[in-house]
Structures are given as C-alpha cells and as structure tokens.
Design a protein around this ligand. Structure first.
Ligand code: MG
Length: 382
C-alpha cells in the first residue's frame, strides 16, 4: 500500500488523481489540500477517510475547521508545509497552481519523499535548487505533465549520452494560426476554450499564449539535464503525440495516446508499475493523419521570452513566472488585454533581469519584486 498526499486535490489534476485512487488497490490517501474550495475538500476527505487537510486560504481554513469535527484543518502556506512534513506519505502529488507550489515541493523533497510533480512552476522558479535537493535526499521527481511523462518513459531505457534532442509537442492552443493583430481583441472566454485539453484557468491561458510551452522547456531542462539548445518545440494540433526523443543513432521515439491526464497521473502514482486506466486504445486508422508545424513566435512571443529567461538563468525564470502569474490573473479579471500578458512579462524582465541565485531567499525576493513590478505596470496601462 502506497500512502499518498494530494496537494491541490480540488483542481483538475487533483480530482483526476482521486479518481485513479478509487480504482486502485495499491493507493491510500493520507492527506489533502486545496487553495480555498473547502466544502469540496471536506467532501473528498470524508470519501477517502482522510483525517488531516490543509487550506492555503486562512479564511477558508477557518470555515472548514468550524464545519469539520472529524479531523484537523491546517491553515496557510505554513499549514501546507506542515501537512507535507508530518504526513509520513510515501508519495506527494503536487497539483497546486503557480509558484505557491514551490514550498510544498521543497518540503516533500527535503523529507526524502518521492514527488509526483504537476506543479511545473516549482521547477521553473527553482529548478537548480529543487533538483539538487532531490539528489541530496534521494527522493525521486516523477513528472505528471503529459509531455514530460512521455519523455520520462521514452528516456528510461536509454543509456547516458544516447539522447540527442528532446522534442516537446504543443497543441498550439485555441489561437493557433492567428496573427499578432488578430490576437489583440480576443476575449477571456475564447482563450479558455482549449481545443484538446480540459484544464484549470491559469494553465489554459498559459496554453493560449504558449507560455505553458515555455515553462515546459524549462521544466524539461531541469528534469532531464538536457541543454536548452537541444530542446525543441513543435506544434501538433491533434495532441496525440505527447513528445519525442531523438537518439544518437538516428532513431526517434514518440509517445502516443488520446489526450487524457489520467494516463500521466496514473503513471506517476504507480511507478514503476502500471495500472489499467479506462481510456480507449488509440485508433490510428480513425485518426488518419498527424500534422506538425513550426511555432509562430511573432504571434506568440511568450515562448521566446521563456527561452531568453532560461538562458539568462539565475532569478530570471522566477521573475518570468511571477510576472506571468500576475498578468494571467489580470487578463482573467478583465484588467489586461491578451497581448498585454507578453508585454508585461517582457517589461518586468527588462527591469529586473537575472540576478545570481544563491539561496531560496533570492527566489522569494525575486518573486516578490516581479509581482510588484507587474502590478504597477498593469495599473499604469489603464
Ligand atoms: Mg503539458
């Protein structure tokens, strides 16, 4: 029996993970946490016999504590960290959104707990420090992101030095094929209508700007230790090829399947075993054709911004991520246009650049400064 802690359990990845747990004989949930959806969180706790939960939002935590007498409710970012360190979990699934996932990632790896990582921002913000921590404690990082789960599986059997190149596929999002001018007036509703994947709001907007793919390039670099110039992105609108690995002998390996996050989630939760997931087998005759195209970096500059921040290193990816989080929320709130997302990120990066990364504190400082700068820039545009 594997003891599992689910962080972000009311979100898209979290609810699908609990669906997998219910079908599995080998997984037991020992703790749950959410941002602020306390009623749903308590419902999950009752269903899975969990006695301890945490809510990042203190008001939501207070309400939950009042309503729930059968267990304990921890509160705030410290509560999340305590939930992790005191859980005695064998595996922590981090499905939190944004840089808020970094603290629990560090807590889990610091305790030597294996980490099923859906929170890509943990690696974008603090990849060097996070992977060094995992190395030091012997904890394993198992990617849940579909592209990285694919790469993890493709690379697993290959000897060191055989991998020449990683190719991440991108659906292209709802605005694939549009020019920069055509993107100026797009609405929140249009941006939230992802063609192939059903996900939470933040990642769906990241997919529409292609920032998601930029974050994923950084994530792949840290997970697999491959230099940035050997990580490519190709647009593949059907989202059936989840990623590819090119090897030194000219062979290219691809990972295919219908887009369903339960597949990579199940892989991470059961690794190194596999468990059945009720998804249809891929029917290539029905699919007929797979198509691929280059990214239009003029219309979607976020991928280039992410690559530039990645190459600059230090605190630059942290700054990029924080500015993006603020800009995406402003877009979702109707305070910023779609093109303003990339413009804000670029302006914040120009202002703050890359500072050396000495410690976790330099990340928290960079994160705070970037958020303040982004808020100020967005306020000044109005
Ligand atoms: Mg992905």
């Amino acid at each position: 029996m594997r003891n599992l802690l689910v962080l972000g359990s009311t979100g898209s990845v979290g609810t699908q993970a609990l669906d997998i747990v219910q079908r599995s004989d080998g997984l037991r949930v020992v703790g749950l946490c959410a941002e602020r959806s306390w009623e749903e969180l308590l419902e999950q706790a009752r269903r899975h016999g969990v006695r301890r939960v945490a809510l990042a939002d203190p008001d939501a935590a207070a309400r939950a504590a009042e309503a729930w007498t059968e267990g304990e409710v921890l509160s705030g970012p410290e509560g999340l960290v305590r939930l992790v360190t005191e859980s005695e979990a064998d595996l922590v699934l981090n499905g939190l959104v944004g840089a808020a996932g970094l603290g629990p990632t560090v807590a889990a790896l610091g305790e030597g707990m294996d980490l099923a990582l859906a929170n890509k921002e943990s690696l974008v913000v603090g990849g060097e420090l996070v992977m060094a921590l995992a190395e030091a404690t012997g904890a394993q990082v198992l990617p849940v992101d579909s592209e990285h789960s694919a790469l993890f599986q493709l690379i697993a059997g290959e000897p060191a030095g055989a991998v020449e190149r990683l190719v991440l596929t991108a659906s292209g999002g709802p605005f694939r094929g549009r020019s920069r001018d055509e993107l100026a007036g797009v609405t929140v509703e249009q941006a939230l209508a992802h063609p192939t994947w059903a996900m939470g709001g933040k990642i769906t907007i990241d997919s529409a700007t292609l920032m998601n793919k930029g974050l994923e390039v950084i994530e792949a670099h840290h997970l697999f230790g491959v230099p940035y110039e050997r990580i490519e992105v190709v647009v593949h609108p059907q989202s059936l090829v989840h990623s590819l690995v090119q090897l030194c002998d000219g062979a290219t390996l691809a990972h295919l399947g219908y887009p369903d996050m339960r597949v990579p989630i199940s892989f991470a939760l059961h690794h190194p075993d596999r468990a059945a997931v009720p998804v249809p087998a891929l029917d290539l005759v029905e699919v007929g054709a797979l198509t691929f195209e280059a990214v239009d970096e003029d219309a979607f500059p976020c991928l280039r911004l992410a690559r530039e921040a990645a190459r600059a290193g230090g605190t630059a990816p942290c700054t990029l991520n924080a500015a993006n989080e603020v800009a995406v929320h402003a877009f979702l709130d109707g305070r910023l246009g779609f093109l303003g997302i990339a413009e804000t990120i670029k302006a914040v990066l120009d202002r703050h650049g890359a500072r050396p990364l000495h410690s976790w504190d330099s990340l928290y400082d960079a994160d705070r400064a970037a958020r303040e700068a982004a808020q100020e820039l967005i306020g000044a545009r109005r």
